[in-house]
Design a protein around this ligand. Structure first.
Ligand SMILES: NC(=O)c1ccc[n+]([C@@H]2O[C@H](COP(=O)([O-])OP(=O)(O)OC[C@H]3O[C@@H](n4cnc5c(N)ncnc54)[C@H](O)[C@@H]3O)[C@@H](O)[C@H]2O)c1
Length: 143
């Protein structure tokens, strides 16, 4: 089972972020340009929340708010869910499923080390399963 450290080695440590006073429109524009579904909200370098496409759909669009005038801080999730580098894909999946979230920050000692999406985890688990199947097939054909 892969660790968070191994996943980050593969996908990189870059974290795309936005300021809390930026508008939701700018956040969605940035997510669209980068083809990602979440931005970490940083205030003076400190993590204060995460804004996702889901936050936009539920907290802006459905409530009839205007994205060009609504600041990110008003709609972001501020319960920051994170894991350390030694956690496994299984640990991350359990948190994501239990907390119904699609993105997890990787943090240690208040330092932001990366971000993982549910897609990253699914890709890793499928690759591991493919490898296990291949090994079993080789074993069967040798026998
Ligand atoms: N996440 C879901 O539940 C979900 C649901 C339906 C469809 N999809 C689709 O599946 C595909 C993959 O989705 P996903 O789960 O990987 O989520 P995603 O689209 O947010 O992530 C895509 C990649 O970008 C990275 N990423 C996301 N936010 C980042 C940030 N702020 N900084 C740096 N990297 C960041 C992720 O780690 C991942 O490697 C997308 O096309 C998405 O539209 C996802």
């Amino acid at each position: 089972m892969a660790t968070v450290a191994q996943l980050l080695e593969q996908k990189g440590h870059n974290v795309e972020s936005i300021a809390p006073h930026a508008t939701v429109y700018d956040a969605i524009r940035r997510m669209s340009d980068l083809d990602i579904g979440a931005l970490v909200v940083l205030d003076d370098g400190k993590v204060v929340g995460v804004i996702t496409e889901r936050d936009y759909a539920r907290n802006v669009f459905l409530k009839g708010k205007a994205s060009p005038t609504t600041p990110v801080r008003d709609v972001m999730a501020d319960d920051i869910l994170f894991v350390g580098r030694d956690k496994t894909t299984r640990d991350c999946m359990a948190i994501m499923t239990g907390k119904r979230t699609r993105h997890l920050l990787v943090m240690e000692d208040d330092e932001l080390l990366g971000i993982l999406s549910i897609g990253d985890l699914v890709r890793s688990i499928v690759a591991e399963q493919d490898m296990a199947i291949e090994q079993l097939e080789q074993y069967i054909h040798r026998g």
